[in-house]
Design a protein around this ligand. Structure first.
Ligand SMILES: Cc1cc2nc3c(=O)[nH]c(=O)nc-3n(C[C@H](O)[C@H](O)[C@H](O)COP(=O)(O)OP(=O)(O)OC[C@H]3O[C@@H](n4cnc5c(N)ncnc54)[C@H](O)[C@@H]3O)c2cc1C
Length: 418
Protein backbone atom coordinates (compact mmCIF):
# COMPACT_ATOMS: atom_id res chain seq x y z
CA UNK A 1 0.00 0.00 0.00
CA UNK A 2 1.29 3.50 -0.81
CA UNK A 3 1.85 5.94 1.98
CA UNK A 4 -1.27 8.01 2.56
CA UNK A 5 -1.45 11.52 1.21
CA UNK A 6 -3.00 12.49 4.51
CA UNK A 7 -1.97 11.41 7.93
CA UNK A 8 -3.72 10.49 11.14
CA UNK A 9 -2.83 13.95 12.41
CA UNK A 10 -4.62 15.55 9.45
CA UNK A 11 -7.72 13.55 10.22
CA UNK A 12 -7.68 14.27 13.93
CA UNK A 13 -7.59 17.98 13.13
CA UNK A 14 -11.02 17.69 11.54
CA UNK A 15 -12.44 15.79 14.49
CA UNK A 16 -11.14 18.36 16.94
CA UNK A 17 -12.88 21.12 15.04
CA UNK A 18 -16.19 19.29 14.83
CA UNK A 19 -17.87 20.06 18.15
CA UNK A 20 -17.73 23.76 17.36
CA UNK A 21 -19.84 23.21 14.27
CA UNK A 22 -23.53 23.79 14.65
CA UNK A 23 -24.54 23.15 11.07
CA UNK A 24 -26.68 20.13 11.76
CA UNK A 25 -27.43 20.63 15.43
CA UNK A 26 -31.17 20.35 15.89
CA UNK A 27 -32.32 23.90 15.32
CA UNK A 28 -35.55 25.67 14.55
CA UNK A 29 -35.05 25.07 10.84
CA UNK A 30 -34.44 21.59 9.45
CA UNK A 31 -30.83 21.08 8.40
CA UNK A 32 -30.37 20.50 4.69
CA UNK A 33 -28.24 17.47 3.81
CA UNK A 34 -27.16 16.57 0.29
CA UNK A 35 -26.68 12.82 -0.12
CA UNK A 36 -24.63 11.91 -3.18
CA UNK A 37 -25.30 8.32 -4.28
CA UNK A 38 -28.64 6.53 -4.36
CA UNK A 39 -27.33 3.02 -3.79
CA UNK A 40 -28.31 1.12 -0.66
CA UNK A 41 -26.10 3.21 1.62
CA UNK A 42 -27.24 6.57 0.25
CA UNK A 43 -30.89 5.57 0.05
CA UNK A 44 -31.05 4.41 3.67
CA UNK A 45 -29.06 7.45 4.80
CA UNK A 46 -31.55 9.71 3.04
CA UNK A 47 -34.41 7.76 4.61
CA UNK A 48 -33.05 7.95 8.14
CA UNK A 49 -32.13 11.63 7.88
CA UNK A 50 -35.60 12.41 6.56
CA UNK A 51 -37.28 10.45 9.36
CA UNK A 52 -35.31 12.50 11.87
CA UNK A 53 -36.40 15.80 10.41
CA UNK A 54 -33.64 16.76 8.00
CA UNK A 55 -34.32 18.12 4.54
CA UNK A 56 -32.57 15.81 2.11
CA UNK A 57 -31.56 16.21 -1.51
CA UNK A 58 -30.57 12.89 -3.04
CA UNK A 59 -28.35 12.94 -6.11
CA UNK A 60 -27.31 10.10 -8.40
CA UNK A 61 -25.42 10.09 -11.66
CA UNK A 62 -27.01 6.95 -13.12
CA UNK A 63 -30.20 6.53 -11.11
CA UNK A 64 -31.03 4.29 -8.12
CA UNK A 65 -30.06 0.63 -8.51
CA UNK A 66 -28.49 1.10 -11.95
CA UNK A 67 -26.58 -1.87 -13.41
CA UNK A 68 -23.30 -0.03 -12.72
CA UNK A 69 -23.99 0.34 -8.98
CA UNK A 70 -22.96 -2.31 -6.48
CA UNK A 71 -26.56 -2.28 -5.24
CA UNK A 72 -27.86 -2.93 -8.76
CA UNK A 73 -27.91 -6.74 -8.57
CA UNK A 74 -31.02 -8.93 -8.35
CA UNK A 75 -30.30 -10.40 -4.95
CA UNK A 76 -28.03 -10.02 -1.95
CA UNK A 77 -27.63 -12.40 0.97
CA UNK A 78 -28.61 -11.34 4.46
CA UNK A 79 -27.10 -13.42 7.27
CA UNK A 80 -25.94 -12.62 10.77
CA UNK A 81 -22.89 -14.87 11.19
CA UNK A 82 -19.95 -12.46 11.31
CA UNK A 83 -17.37 -14.44 13.27
CA UNK A 84 -16.44 -12.69 16.49
CA UNK A 85 -17.61 -9.28 15.17
CA UNK A 86 -20.42 -8.38 17.50
CA UNK A 87 -20.83 -4.97 15.91
CA UNK A 88 -22.02 -6.54 12.63
CA UNK A 89 -24.40 -8.96 14.34
CA UNK A 90 -26.04 -5.99 16.03
CA UNK A 91 -26.16 -4.11 12.76
CA UNK A 92 -27.79 -7.09 11.02
CA UNK A 93 -30.36 -7.26 13.79
CA UNK A 94 -31.26 -3.59 13.44
CA UNK A 95 -31.20 -3.88 9.67
CA UNK A 96 -33.52 -6.90 9.67
CA UNK A 97 -36.16 -4.82 11.47
CA UNK A 98 -35.96 -2.08 8.86
CA UNK A 99 -35.86 -4.47 5.90
CA UNK A 100 -38.94 -6.24 7.21
CA UNK A 101 -40.68 -2.91 7.79
CA UNK A 102 -39.90 -1.99 4.18
CA UNK A 103 -41.00 -5.37 2.82
CA UNK A 104 -44.33 -5.04 4.65
CA UNK A 105 -45.14 -1.93 2.58
CA UNK A 106 -45.36 -3.82 -0.69
CA UNK A 107 -46.52 -7.09 -2.21
CA UNK A 108 -43.16 -7.44 -4.00
CA UNK A 109 -40.88 -10.11 -2.56
CA UNK A 110 -38.21 -7.82 -1.18
CA UNK A 111 -37.07 -10.41 1.36
CA UNK A 112 -37.24 -14.19 1.02
CA UNK A 113 -36.27 -16.25 4.04
CA UNK A 114 -34.34 -19.32 2.95
CA UNK A 115 -31.95 -19.99 5.82
CA UNK A 116 -28.21 -20.16 5.13
CA UNK A 117 -26.24 -23.38 4.95
CA UNK A 118 -22.60 -23.02 5.95
CA UNK A 119 -20.43 -25.81 4.48
CA UNK A 120 -16.84 -26.02 5.71
CA UNK A 121 -14.18 -28.15 4.04
CA UNK A 122 -11.66 -27.02 6.65
CA UNK A 123 -12.14 -25.65 10.15
CA UNK A 124 -15.28 -23.83 11.22
CA UNK A 125 -13.69 -21.55 13.84
CA UNK A 126 -15.10 -18.46 12.16
CA UNK A 127 -18.64 -19.71 12.59
CA UNK A 128 -18.08 -21.07 16.10
CA UNK A 129 -16.69 -17.73 17.20
CA UNK A 130 -20.03 -16.20 16.21
CA UNK A 131 -22.08 -18.49 18.45
CA UNK A 132 -22.23 -16.34 21.63
CA UNK A 133 -23.21 -13.24 19.66
CA UNK A 134 -25.77 -15.11 17.60
CA UNK A 135 -27.31 -16.53 20.75
CA UNK A 136 -27.39 -13.11 22.44
CA UNK A 137 -29.01 -11.53 19.39
CA UNK A 138 -31.59 -14.31 19.01
CA UNK A 139 -30.34 -15.73 15.70
CA UNK A 140 -30.64 -19.55 15.82
CA UNK A 141 -27.66 -21.46 14.47
CA UNK A 142 -28.03 -25.25 14.18
CA UNK A 143 -25.17 -27.75 13.77
CA UNK A 144 -26.21 -30.43 11.25
CA UNK A 145 -24.40 -33.76 11.16
CA UNK A 146 -23.38 -34.91 7.72
CA UNK A 147 -25.78 -37.87 7.48
CA UNK A 148 -28.65 -35.64 8.44
CA UNK A 149 -27.50 -33.03 5.92
CA UNK A 150 -27.48 -35.65 3.13
CA UNK A 151 -31.04 -36.66 4.03
CA UNK A 152 -32.35 -33.12 4.25
CA UNK A 153 -30.70 -31.79 1.09
CA UNK A 154 -30.30 -34.69 -1.37
CA UNK A 155 -29.63 -32.17 -4.17
CA UNK A 156 -26.30 -31.27 -2.50
CA UNK A 157 -23.22 -33.47 -2.53
CA UNK A 158 -21.37 -32.98 0.75
CA UNK A 159 -18.16 -34.60 -0.53
CA UNK A 160 -15.15 -33.02 1.13
CA UNK A 161 -17.33 -31.14 3.64
CA UNK A 162 -16.35 -31.57 7.28
CA UNK A 163 -18.98 -29.52 9.07
CA UNK A 164 -22.39 -28.07 8.27
CA UNK A 165 -24.39 -25.42 10.10
CA UNK A 166 -27.81 -24.01 9.30
CA UNK A 167 -28.47 -20.36 10.10
CA UNK A 168 -32.24 -20.18 10.25
CA UNK A 169 -32.93 -16.47 9.99
CA UNK A 170 -31.18 -15.63 6.75
CA UNK A 171 -32.12 -15.28 3.11
CA UNK A 172 -32.22 -13.06 0.08
CA UNK A 173 -32.92 -9.37 -0.35
CA UNK A 174 -34.10 -8.32 -3.80
CA UNK A 175 -31.39 -5.64 -3.97
CA UNK A 176 -32.29 -3.55 -6.99
CA UNK A 177 -36.02 -3.76 -6.20
CA UNK A 178 -35.38 -2.63 -2.61
CA UNK A 179 -33.45 0.43 -3.73
CA UNK A 180 -35.93 1.32 -6.45
CA UNK A 181 -38.91 0.80 -4.18
CA UNK A 182 -37.38 3.12 -1.59
CA UNK A 183 -36.82 5.69 -4.31
CA UNK A 184 -40.45 5.40 -5.34
CA UNK A 185 -41.58 5.93 -1.74
CA UNK A 186 -39.31 8.99 -1.43
CA UNK A 187 -40.74 10.46 -4.58
CA UNK A 188 -44.29 9.91 -3.34
CA UNK A 189 -43.31 11.85 -0.22
CA UNK A 190 -41.93 14.68 -2.35
CA UNK A 191 -38.25 14.00 -1.58
CA UNK A 192 -35.84 16.09 -3.67
CA UNK A 193 -33.90 14.05 -6.21
CA UNK A 194 -31.45 15.04 -8.94
CA UNK A 195 -30.22 12.68 -11.64
CA UNK A 196 -26.82 14.30 -12.06
CA UNK A 197 -23.21 13.65 -11.34
CA UNK A 198 -21.93 15.70 -8.42
CA UNK A 199 -18.40 16.66 -7.49
CA UNK A 200 -17.24 17.98 -4.15
CA UNK A 201 -16.94 21.77 -4.09
CA UNK A 202 -14.26 23.86 -2.45
CA UNK A 203 -13.43 23.36 1.21
CA UNK A 204 -12.93 26.60 3.14
CA UNK A 205 -12.02 26.91 6.81
CA UNK A 206 -12.68 23.21 7.35
CA UNK A 207 -16.13 23.23 5.75
CA UNK A 208 -17.28 22.03 2.34
CA UNK A 209 -19.04 24.97 0.74
CA UNK A 210 -21.08 23.33 -2.07
CA UNK A 211 -21.43 20.60 -4.64
CA UNK A 212 -20.63 21.12 -8.30
CA UNK A 213 -23.19 19.46 -10.54
CA UNK A 214 -22.65 18.25 -14.07
CA UNK A 215 -25.30 20.58 -15.53
CA UNK A 216 -23.16 23.53 -14.45
CA UNK A 217 -25.21 24.38 -11.39
CA UNK A 218 -24.11 24.24 -7.76
CA UNK A 219 -25.87 22.98 -4.67
CA UNK A 220 -25.33 24.38 -1.22
CA UNK A 221 -26.35 22.39 1.84
CA UNK A 222 -25.49 22.32 5.52
CA UNK A 223 -23.83 18.92 5.24
CA UNK A 224 -22.84 16.50 2.49
CA UNK A 225 -22.84 12.71 2.52
CA UNK A 226 -20.89 10.93 -0.21
CA UNK A 227 -22.26 7.39 -0.40
CA UNK A 228 -20.69 6.71 -3.77
CA UNK A 229 -19.75 3.04 -3.40
CA UNK A 230 -16.93 2.10 -5.81
CA UNK A 231 -16.76 5.68 -7.10
CA UNK A 232 -15.47 7.06 -3.80
CA UNK A 233 -11.87 6.52 -4.88
CA UNK A 234 -12.44 8.46 -8.12
CA UNK A 235 -14.29 11.27 -6.40
CA UNK A 236 -11.72 11.73 -3.66
CA UNK A 237 -8.47 10.44 -5.15
CA UNK A 238 -6.48 12.27 -2.50
CA UNK A 239 -8.36 10.87 0.49
CA UNK A 240 -9.95 7.61 -0.71
CA UNK A 241 -7.85 6.70 -3.75
CA UNK A 242 -5.92 4.08 -1.89
CA UNK A 243 -8.67 2.99 0.49
CA UNK A 244 -11.43 1.87 -1.89
CA UNK A 245 -10.46 -0.71 -4.45
CA UNK A 246 -13.24 -1.82 -6.81
CA UNK A 247 -12.79 -5.39 -8.06
CA UNK A 248 -14.56 -7.21 -10.88
CA UNK A 249 -17.00 -9.88 -9.67
CA UNK A 250 -19.12 -12.27 -11.73
CA UNK A 251 -22.43 -13.83 -10.81
CA UNK A 252 -24.09 -16.67 -12.75
CA UNK A 253 -27.63 -17.98 -12.93
CA UNK A 254 -28.17 -21.57 -14.05
CA UNK A 255 -31.50 -23.11 -15.02
CA UNK A 256 -32.72 -26.19 -13.09
CA UNK A 257 -34.64 -28.78 -15.18
CA UNK A 258 -38.35 -28.08 -15.82
CA UNK A 259 -40.57 -28.74 -12.83
CA UNK A 260 -37.59 -29.42 -10.59
CA UNK A 261 -38.48 -28.69 -6.98
CA UNK A 262 -35.08 -29.14 -5.37
CA UNK A 263 -33.58 -25.77 -6.17
CA UNK A 264 -36.41 -23.38 -5.26
CA UNK A 265 -36.60 -21.32 -2.07
CA UNK A 266 -38.78 -23.90 -0.28
CA UNK A 267 -36.23 -26.70 -0.55
CA UNK A 268 -32.85 -25.10 -1.10
CA UNK A 269 -31.26 -22.74 1.41
CA UNK A 270 -28.85 -19.96 0.62
CA UNK A 271 -25.43 -21.63 0.82
CA UNK A 272 -21.78 -20.84 1.38
CA UNK A 273 -19.03 -23.32 0.49
CA UNK A 274 -15.65 -22.65 2.07
CA UNK A 275 -13.15 -24.32 -0.23
CA UNK A 276 -9.92 -22.96 -1.67
CA UNK A 277 -12.14 -20.34 -3.23
CA UNK A 278 -15.28 -19.29 -1.36
CA UNK A 279 -18.42 -19.78 -3.44
CA UNK A 280 -21.90 -18.85 -2.32
CA UNK A 281 -25.32 -18.82 -3.89
CA UNK A 282 -29.05 -18.55 -3.66
CA UNK A 283 -31.93 -20.81 -4.65
CA UNK A 284 -33.92 -20.18 -7.80
CA UNK A 285 -35.98 -17.14 -6.81
CA UNK A 286 -38.90 -16.17 -9.02
CA UNK A 287 -37.62 -18.40 -11.79
CA UNK A 288 -34.45 -16.35 -12.36
CA UNK A 289 -32.24 -19.40 -11.93
CA UNK A 290 -29.93 -20.94 -9.39
CA UNK A 291 -27.41 -18.24 -8.43
CA UNK A 292 -23.76 -18.95 -7.90
CA UNK A 293 -21.05 -16.41 -7.08
CA UNK A 294 -17.32 -16.64 -6.52
CA UNK A 295 -16.24 -14.44 -3.62
CA UNK A 296 -12.59 -14.34 -4.73
CA UNK A 297 -11.60 -10.76 -5.49
CA UNK A 298 -11.20 -10.18 -9.24
CA UNK A 299 -9.04 -7.63 -11.01
CA UNK A 300 -9.39 -3.88 -10.50
CA UNK A 301 -12.52 -2.59 -12.18
CA UNK A 302 -13.77 0.79 -13.36
CA UNK A 303 -17.47 1.16 -12.42
CA UNK A 304 -18.11 3.64 -15.27
CA UNK A 305 -16.34 2.07 -18.22
CA UNK A 306 -15.41 -1.47 -17.09
CA UNK A 307 -16.29 -4.28 -19.53
CA UNK A 308 -19.23 -6.22 -18.11
CA UNK A 309 -19.04 -9.10 -20.56
CA UNK A 310 -18.96 -12.40 -18.64
CA UNK A 311 -15.76 -14.41 -19.00
CA UNK A 312 -15.54 -18.07 -20.11
CA UNK A 313 -13.03 -18.70 -17.27
CA UNK A 314 -15.45 -17.58 -14.54
CA UNK A 315 -18.30 -19.58 -16.10
CA UNK A 316 -16.05 -22.65 -16.20
CA UNK A 317 -15.16 -22.20 -12.50
CA UNK A 318 -18.85 -21.91 -11.59
CA UNK A 319 -19.64 -25.04 -13.59
CA UNK A 320 -16.83 -26.98 -11.91
CA UNK A 321 -18.18 -26.06 -8.48
CA UNK A 322 -21.70 -27.06 -9.54
CA UNK A 323 -20.54 -30.40 -10.91
CA UNK A 324 -18.94 -31.12 -7.56
CA UNK A 325 -21.51 -29.70 -5.14
CA UNK A 326 -24.79 -29.81 -7.10
CA UNK A 327 -24.21 -32.72 -9.51
CA UNK A 328 -27.71 -32.72 -10.99
CA UNK A 329 -27.04 -29.18 -12.27
CA UNK A 330 -23.78 -30.19 -13.94
CA UNK A 331 -25.14 -29.49 -17.43
CA UNK A 332 -27.75 -26.89 -16.54
CA UNK A 333 -27.97 -24.06 -19.05
CA UNK A 334 -26.55 -20.67 -18.14
CA UNK A 335 -29.56 -18.33 -18.02
CA UNK A 336 -27.79 -15.11 -17.19
CA UNK A 337 -24.44 -13.76 -16.06
CA UNK A 338 -23.74 -10.37 -14.53
CA UNK A 339 -20.55 -8.48 -13.84
CA UNK A 340 -20.57 -6.19 -10.83
CA UNK A 341 -17.86 -4.80 -8.55
CA UNK A 342 -17.03 -5.04 -4.89
CA UNK A 343 -15.91 -1.75 -3.37
CA UNK A 344 -13.26 -3.13 -1.06
CA UNK A 345 -11.76 -1.31 1.88
CA UNK A 346 -8.28 -2.44 2.95
CA UNK A 347 -9.55 -4.55 5.86
CA UNK A 348 -13.05 -5.36 4.56
CA UNK A 349 -14.70 -3.14 7.17
CA UNK A 350 -17.06 -0.30 6.36
CA UNK A 351 -15.90 3.30 6.13
CA UNK A 352 -18.19 5.80 7.86
CA UNK A 353 -16.38 8.95 8.80
CA UNK A 354 -15.86 12.62 8.11
CA UNK A 355 -13.73 13.90 5.32
CA UNK A 356 -10.42 14.69 7.01
CA UNK A 357 -10.51 18.34 5.85
CA UNK A 358 -14.23 19.15 6.06
CA UNK A 359 -16.29 18.67 9.18
CA UNK A 360 -19.58 18.78 7.27
CA UNK A 361 -18.68 16.17 4.62
CA UNK A 362 -19.08 12.44 5.30
CA UNK A 363 -17.64 9.51 3.40
CA UNK A 364 -19.74 6.37 3.56
CA UNK A 365 -18.80 3.14 1.82
CA UNK A 366 -16.47 0.16 1.86
CA UNK A 367 -19.28 -2.41 1.62
CA UNK A 368 -16.56 -4.86 0.50
CA UNK A 369 -18.90 -7.53 -0.84
CA UNK A 370 -21.04 -7.71 2.31
CA UNK A 371 -22.49 -4.24 2.76
CA UNK A 372 -25.97 -4.44 1.28
CA UNK A 373 -27.67 -6.21 4.18
CA UNK A 374 -26.19 -3.67 6.60
CA UNK A 375 -27.36 -0.58 4.74
CA UNK A 376 -30.34 0.27 7.01
CA UNK A 377 -28.01 0.27 10.03
CA UNK A 378 -25.48 2.29 8.05
CA UNK A 379 -28.16 4.90 7.36
CA UNK A 380 -29.04 5.00 11.05
CA UNK A 381 -25.40 5.50 11.99
CA UNK A 382 -24.86 8.31 9.54
CA UNK A 383 -28.02 10.09 10.70
CA UNK A 384 -26.83 9.68 14.29
CA UNK A 385 -23.47 11.24 13.44
CA UNK A 386 -24.96 14.16 11.58
CA UNK A 387 -27.97 15.00 13.71
CA UNK A 388 -27.03 13.81 17.18
CA UNK A 389 -23.25 14.18 16.97
CA UNK A 390 -22.81 10.50 17.88
CA UNK A 391 -19.15 9.55 17.82
CA UNK A 392 -17.68 7.66 14.91
CA UNK A 393 -17.32 3.91 15.44
CA UNK A 394 -13.55 3.31 15.61
CA UNK A 395 -13.84 0.17 13.48
CA UNK A 396 -15.26 2.28 10.64
CA UNK A 397 -13.06 5.33 11.20
CA UNK A 398 -10.55 6.60 8.70
CA UNK A 399 -7.87 6.80 11.38
CA UNK A 400 -7.62 3.00 11.29
CA UNK A 401 -6.92 3.19 7.55
CA UNK A 402 -4.29 5.85 8.12
CA UNK A 403 -2.75 3.63 10.79
CA UNK A 404 -2.74 0.66 8.42
CA UNK A 405 -1.15 2.73 5.69
CA UNK A 406 1.45 4.20 8.01
CA UNK A 407 2.35 0.71 9.20
CA UNK A 408 2.60 -0.45 5.59
CA UNK A 409 -0.17 -3.05 6.01
CA UNK A 410 -1.06 -4.63 2.70
CA UNK A 411 -4.45 -3.99 1.16
CA UNK A 412 -6.14 -7.27 1.82
CA UNK A 413 -9.84 -7.69 2.03
CA UNK A 414 -11.07 -10.23 4.54
CA UNK A 415 -13.07 -12.24 2.04
CA UNK A 416 -16.22 -11.44 3.95
CA UNK A 417 -18.38 -11.74 0.87
CA UNK A 418 -22.17 -11.97 0.88
C1 LIG B 1 -21.65 -9.42 -7.07
C2 LIG B 1 -21.90 -8.83 -5.71
C3 LIG B 1 -22.46 -9.60 -4.72
C4 LIG B 1 -22.69 -9.08 -3.46
N1 LIG B 1 -23.29 -9.85 -2.53
C5 LIG B 1 -23.65 -9.32 -1.36
C6 LIG B 1 -24.43 -10.08 -0.47
O1 LIG B 1 -24.76 -11.23 -0.75
N2 LIG B 1 -24.81 -9.51 0.70
C7 LIG B 1 -24.47 -8.22 1.02
O2 LIG B 1 -24.85 -7.77 2.11
N3 LIG B 1 -23.74 -7.46 0.16
C8 LIG B 1 -23.33 -7.98 -1.01
N4 LIG B 1 -22.62 -7.23 -1.90
C9 LIG B 1 -22.14 -5.90 -1.51
C10 LIG B 1 -23.19 -4.82 -1.62
O3 LIG B 1 -23.97 -5.02 -2.78
C11 LIG B 1 -22.51 -3.45 -1.65
O4 LIG B 1 -21.58 -3.35 -0.58
C12 LIG B 1 -23.54 -2.35 -1.50
O5 LIG B 1 -24.58 -2.51 -2.45
C13 LIG B 1 -22.86 -1.00 -1.69
O6 LIG B 1 -23.84 0.01 -1.75
P1 LIG B 1 -23.39 1.52 -1.94
O7 LIG B 1 -24.61 2.33 -1.77
O8 LIG B 1 -22.22 1.82 -1.06
O9 LIG B 1 -22.81 1.61 -3.42
P2 LIG B 1 -23.57 1.62 -4.83
O10 LIG B 1 -24.72 0.70 -4.82
O11 LIG B 1 -22.55 1.41 -5.89
O12 LIG B 1 -24.16 3.06 -4.94
C14 LIG B 1 -23.35 4.18 -5.23
C15 LIG B 1 -24.19 5.14 -6.01
O13 LIG B 1 -23.48 6.38 -6.11
C16 LIG B 1 -23.73 6.94 -7.38
N5 LIG B 1 -22.63 7.86 -7.66
C17 LIG B 1 -21.32 7.58 -7.65
N6 LIG B 1 -20.59 8.68 -7.89
C18 LIG B 1 -21.48 9.68 -8.05
C19 LIG B 1 -21.35 11.09 -8.31
N7 LIG B 1 -20.16 11.67 -8.48
N8 LIG B 1 -22.47 11.84 -8.42
C20 LIG B 1 -23.69 11.27 -8.26
N9 LIG B 1 -23.88 9.95 -8.03
C21 LIG B 1 -22.78 9.18 -7.91
C22 LIG B 1 -23.76 5.73 -8.32
O14 LIG B 1 -24.47 5.99 -9.51
C23 LIG B 1 -24.46 4.69 -7.44
O15 LIG B 1 -25.85 4.66 -7.68
C24 LIG B 1 -22.35 -7.73 -3.17
C25 LIG B 1 -21.79 -6.94 -4.17
C26 LIG B 1 -21.56 -7.47 -5.43
C27 LIG B 1 -20.99 -6.59 -6.50
Amino acid sequence: MQRPSWSRRRFLGAVAAAPAMTYVARASTAPHVAVVGAGAFGMWTADQLHRQGARVTLIDAYGPGSPRASSGGDSRVIRAVYGPDRIYVDMVKRSFELWEELAALTTRDLYTETGALWMHRGGDDYLRSALPFMRAAGFPLEPVDLDDARRRWPQISFDGVRSVWLEHRAGALAARDCVRFMHQLRQQQGGDYLRLRARPGPIRSGVMTRLLLDDGTQLEADAYVFACGPWLSKLFPDVMGQFIRPTRQEVHYFGPPPGNRFFGAGSMPTWIDFGQRVFYGLPDLQGRGFKIADDTRGELFDPDEGDRTPSPEAIARARALMAQRFPSLRDAPLLEARVCQYENSPDGHLIIDRHPDATNAWLVGGGSGHGFKLSPAVGQMVAGHLLDQRPVEPRFAMTRLADMAEQGTQFESRGEGA
